[in-house]
Design a protein around this ligand. Structure first.
Ligand SMILES: Cc1ncc(CN)c(N)n1
Length: 226
């Protein structure tokens, strides 16, 4: 079994919870409220803007320029394709400049991005890719699993189609192969640390759905559960 297959296997129960989370279930059935999706779009835009920076850190830590340039291309893809998609959603959902100006990251969005920066600051390329990979791979599996669903809500269909696309698939496969190659050159202790990082990101992915579903806030009293 390859290193990434081992990581995937150990994360399986967490990923299953993501597939069955009400945020995903309702999005794919078209019953998710726009308030929850709107909240997700704002927090995810924040998340992606930091994700792209961590992709760039990964590029800087690569030992060959080919990898540096590929990871720069990944950061550009996050900016153009994923953040571009959120810009479109923001327009369709009527998110105003004022709302963007008063935006504050939620506890989970802040903690998850801090986890990514931790791997970028303290880890080598293998650790950084281990922290980033669940973000790619989980969304790709969601895209695949739900690609035949027709929620009947244009923005939810577009969201599913993006992550089920061939473009996204090629990026995910590239990062899986990269991590397997890095793992081969790593010590057992390093591989263990990489796996732990992968599992922590998997946990944060699950918490991210819950964050959006419950409109998480720093002040517990403001938070509403639906
Ligand atoms: C939180 C999160 N994780 C992953 C993805 C997919 N890049 C995303 N948009 N947001």
């Amino acid at each position: 079994m390859s290193f990434t297959q081992e990581c995937r296997k150990e994360a399986d129960s967490i990923w299953e919870e993501s597939f069955h989370h009400p945020f995903i279930q309702e999005l794919t059935e078209g019953t998710l409220s726009f308030d929850q999706f709107r909240y997700y779009v704002l927090q995810d835009s924040y998340y992606l803007s930091h994700f792209a920076r961590v992709q760039s850190f990964a590029g800087a830590k690569a030992e060959d320029l080919e990898t540096t340039s590929r990871l720069a291309a990944h950061a550009q893809g996050t900016y153009q394709a994923e953040l571009g998609l959120h810009e479109t959603f923001a327009k369709e959902l009527g998110i105003t400049e004022e709302e963007k100006n008063v935006f504050q990251p939620s506890p989970t969005a802040y903690a998850y991005t801090s986890h990514l920066y931790r791997s970028a600051l303290l880890g080598d390329l293998g650790m950084i890719i281990s922290s980033l990979l669940p973000c790619y791979w989980l969304y790709y599996e969601i895209g695949q699993r739900f690609k035949d669903y027709t929620p009947g809500v244009a923005i939810y269909e577009e969201w599913i189609n993006t992550y089920g696309s061939e473009w996204f698939k090629s990026l995910v496969e590239e990062q899986i192969n990269r991590l397997d190659q890095l793992a081969e050159k790593s010590t057992p202790k390093q591989r263990q640390a990489m796996k732990e990082t992968f599992l922590i990101s998997s946990q944060y992915e699950l918490k991210f759905w819950e964050m959006a579903y419950t409109l998480e806030s720093w002040n517990k009293k403001e938070q509403t559960t639906s």
